[in-house]
Design a protein around this ligand. Structure first.
Ligand SMILES: Cc1ncc(COP(=O)(O)O)c(C=O)c1O
Length: 377
């Protein structure tokens, strides 16, 4: 299987640990091991005693049990734990797809959601969220894209990079359509529980559709990317078994300390999500104000969920803008070209505590570079 370089990850590899201000991160503010252990008395001692042998390949039973609380209909045997969401995407595609299969993917998107299917030799069609529709997807357009041989539909809601959230009637209609046509649905739900309006939270795909596979992770909503614990939840026994068999060739099992810490974190997931949502809401108010004052330079579509959005730079080329910004001010934004998006958009991330300082740096950069950017127009 040939996989093209992961543009976004290569961009981050260049700047993530050298740029002073990360203003495009998709994960929420993290915690230290000490912060996490302080959530429960006795957790510190329990970690000291935690055994460092191999763990169960599907994930520790107690961790899988904790993960089932996120869902309505899922049992521990229907949860398969991985090293991050990324491993789960790779194994899911390999388990589900054959060369020549037709796959429809919600786009723009996190690259692996279509790249792995392409690498396997599938025909990939994009189902595009468009800025003129506030990044919403159109079900009629999907019906036109689907073919009799479509094997898989991949969606991501809440969405990276736009912060779009599918309306509930569309989500239910989409699940019904997939069931009616026998199309497998893979729903990347790594930003779930970060809806700004709790009433807009969607059910998990695995709860409403017996063939669907839901993807979750500790990295985003709970801010614990360094644990590298992700999972799939599904009632689809065939896909589950195939993924479990493939995992024997990748990580075999997960890191024992990470499983311990992930389980502890998930016991407190409501508190972790609420803390991160509060950071997001405060920072989002600053961004609303910033984009209102800078409407001559940027177009802002307010996201509906999650820690990221995809505004448009109205003057100048977005790659050069991001490049100048990071080199002159140490502020990292992610140009939309890393998603191969042809618009002049960039990803902004606002779930970090130092986001107000990053925004101040961006403002200063804009004030100092007004003429440069206009000249580049
Ligand atoms: C939509 C989406 N899916 C999956 C992933 C991969 O998550 P992880 O890095 O925790 O494996 C990301 C990471 O940015 C993402 O944004």
């Amino acid at each position: 299987m040939y996989l093209s370089p992961f543009k976004l990850e290569r961009y981050f590899a260049k700047y993530e640990f050298s740029a002073r201000y990360l203003l495009c991160s998709s994960d929420c503010e993290s915690l230290s091991v000490g912060d996490l252990l302080a959530l429960e008395s006795g957790a510190d001692e329990a970690l000291q005693r935690h055994w460092l042998g191999y763990t169960e390949s599907s994930g520790a039973p107690s961790l899988r049990k904790e993960i089932t609380r996120i869902y309505d209909s899922i049992t521990p045997e229907q949860v398969l734990v991985h090293s991050g969401a990324q491993e789960a995407i790779l194994l899911f595609m390999q388990a589900a797809l054959q060369p020549g299969d037709h796959v429809v993917v919600h786009w723009p998107c996190y690259q692996s959601l279509f790249e792995v299917a392409k690498g396997i030799g599938c025909e990939v069609s994009f189902w595009e969220g468009r800025v003129e529709n506030d990044w919403a997807l159109d079900l009629d357009e999907l019906r036109r894209i689907l073919r009799p041989a479509t094997r898989l539909l991949v969606i991501n809601t809440p969405h990276n990079p736009t912060g779009a959230l599918m309306p509930r009637p569309d989500f239910l209609a989409l699940n019904a359509l997939c069931q009616e046509l026998g199309i497998l649905l893979f729903c990347d739900e790594v930003y779930r529980e970060l809806e700004y309006d709790p009433a807009s939270r969607l059910p998990s795909a695995c709860d409403v559709n017996p063939l669907a596979v839901s993807l979750g992770v500790t990295s985003k909503t709970y801010g614990l990317a360094g644990l590298r614990i992700g999972w799939i939840a599904t009632r689809n026994v065939d896909i589950y078994n195939r993924m479990a068999t493939l995992k024997d060739y990748t990580t075999i099992c997960n890191s024992a300390p990470s499983e311990f810490l992930a389980e502890l974190a998930l016991r407190h997931r409501a508190a972790l999500a609420a803390r991160n949502l509060q950071i997001i809401q405060c920072n989002l108010a600053l961004l609303d104000d910033f984009f209102a004052r800078r409407a001559d330079r940027f177009a802002w579509v307010r996201p509906k969920a999650g820690p990221i959005a995809f505004p448009c730079l109205l003057k100048g080329d977005v790659e050069s803008f991001c490049d100048e910004l990071v080199h002159e001010s140490g502020v990292l934004l992610l140009p939309g070209s890393m998603y191969d998006h042809p618009g002049n958009h960039f990803r902004v991330g606002f779930a970090r505590q130092n986001m107000p300082s990053a925004l101040t740096q961006l403002e200063q950069f804009l004030d100092q570079n007004t003429t440069v950017v206009v000249q580049n127009k």
